[in-house]
Design a protein. Structure first.
Ligand SMILES: Nc1ncnc2c1ncn2[C@@H]1O[C@H](COP(=O)(O)OP(=O)(O)OP(=O)(O)O)[C@@H](O)[C@H]1O
Ligand code: SF4
Ligand SMILES: [Mg+2]
Length: 426
């Protein structure tokens, strides 16, 4: 997570590879959940939750993944951590194909790839003390940390800002933000290389969201972690991501480095999502401008629209958008886009005329002031995270700290993994 200055200064990237090297590579990844009906449970269709995506995650970076509810973000996260079995495509971790590894094959991998879950209330077993919860990965992996499990767990608790004396307390004795810190400690127990965080702060009060995001940011710096952070709110990932992937209905529609994406978004959907991001700077907010407000819900992933899946909500849609799916191609260095008529770039299919009826119903231009009010709370988080990112820059002058830092630790989402796999991968 990082400002550009921070990414240059990331001192300790886990031994998974030099900063910038490909850690995880995903090709043509699909997950179709079958829909079954009748006594014989015959398959009558499928929810195309993830429908052919390609991307890579580089060592030491934070990849933000954003998109509206139901676009397949969590499914993607569960696929790359192998909590779900893909329908098609491949997943390579450090050059090794892990697409279809079984439980046994994945066991060593579980140390390297961990997940932080959205809901800190349901992801911690209420009957276990936090000592047991954070120490579970050691037991599950048969690892005996130096000085013993208890000592290591207490160290981890203090790394995430909790009192090590609270080792014997139960989850209900902690606030939401503290519980998420416990989840983070568990995820870090085995010193993972890649951490996938699925909406890590969306269940928390606005006042604590920034604290947790900033904690994750600091831990990345200290421990050389690589993050995939899933969010529906661009304001949360903005200041912590090096690159951002924008998903729409099971597809990646734009993948770009953070600054290019914010300076000049190229996919109309990205532009619309950014319209909803509050501007924390009051001087800029007062500037007269209009925003794009998308109407209607995301279409069903059971039968997504033909051609470009966004054509039913896009104010620029033309006939070719209805018939031909645009490929994700690199239109500018470091900026991949799937659109026939991208923003801030030459039209890729200039012969077409806009489908006026669709365009009129698709989106609405709304005066800035109308949205400003509803955006107030997210603005507070964005501003606090941004402030932290700025403050964090001088820290790169002390790389020695990062190198000597011992990763925290304890997450066997292996336990969660097994459970979730049983409950969701049907
Ligand atoms: N186990 C499952 N069985 C059937 N359909 C599923 C399953 N899990 C997810 N889906 C469907 O797949 C689609 C994508 O779901 P997913 O949870 O990945 O979306 P999301 O982008 O994470 O949404 P949100 O922002 O609400 O968390 C949704 O339509 C969802 O209903
Ligand atoms: S212009 Fe066409 S291809 Fe581009 S997002 Fe809109 S509908 Fe899709
Ligand atoms: Mg989700």
């Amino acid at each position: 997570m990082t400002t550009p200055a921070k990414s240059e200064g990331t001192a300790a990237v886990k031994d998974g590879g030099a900063p910038g090297e490909t850690l995880l590579k995903v090709t043509g990844l699909q997950k179709h959940f079958p829909i079954k009906k009748g006594l014989l449970q015959r398959q009558v269709g499928a929810v195309r939750a993830v429908d052919g995506i390609d991307f890579e995650v580089r060592s030491g970076e934070t990849l933000g993944v954003v998109g509206e509810s139901g676009c397949g973000k969590s499914t993607m996260g569960r696929l790359i951590t192998r909590l779900l079995e893909p329908t098609a495509g491949t997943i390579e971790f450090e050059g090794k194909d892990i697409t279809h590894l079984g439980v046994g094959g994945m066991r060593p991998m579980r140390r390297d790839v961990q997940m932080i879950f959205q809901d800190p209330y349901s992801s911690l077993n209420p009957r276990h003390t936090i000592g047991t919860i954070v120490g579970a990965p050691f037991r599950l992996q048969g690892v005996e940390p130096e000085g013993g499990v208890k000592k290591e767990v207490q160290r981890l608790l203090s790394v995430v800002g909790l009192n090590p004396e609270h080792y014997n307390r139960y989850p209900h004795e902690f606030s939401g933000g503290q519980r998420q810190r416990i989840g983070i400690a568990r995820a870090l127990a085995l010193k993972p290389k890649l951490v996938v965080a699925d909406e890590p702060v969306s269940a928390l009060d606005v006042s604590i969201q920034a604290q947790v995001v900033n904690l994750m940011d600091d831990l990345q710096e200290e421990l050389g972690l690589t993050y995939v952070i899933i969010a529906h709110d661009l304001s949360v990932v903005r200041h912590v991501s090096d690159r951002i992937a924008v998903m729409y209905l099971g597809k990646i529609v734009e993948l770009a480095d953070r600054d290019s994406l914010y300076r000049a978004p190229m996919h109309p959907y990205t532009k619309a999502l950014m319209s909803a991001v509050p501007i924390p700077d009051p001087r800029r907010r007062s500037a007269k401008s209009e925003r794009i407000l998308l109407k209607g819900d995301v279409p069903s992933p059971i039968s997504p629209p033909s051609g470009c899946r966004f054509h039913t909500r896009c104010w620029k849609a033309t006939e070719i958008c209805r018939t031909t799916e645009p490929k994700l191609v690199e239109l500018k260095p470091g900026q991949q886009v799937a659109c026939h008529h991208p923003e801030n770039f030459a039209d890729q299919a200039p012969q077409d005329t806009v489908l006026l009826s669709a365009a009129k119903e698709a989106a609405e231009l709304v005066a800035d002031e109308v949205l400003a009010e509803s955006a107030e709370t997210s603005a507070a988080v964005a501003a606090e995270v941004a402030g932290h990112a700025e403050q964090a820059e001088p820290a790169k002058a002390e790389p020695a700290k990062a190198e000597s830092a011992e990763p925290a630790g304890a997450a066997e989402s292996g336990a969660d993994a097994a459970e979730s796999q049983e409950s969701t991968d049907k």
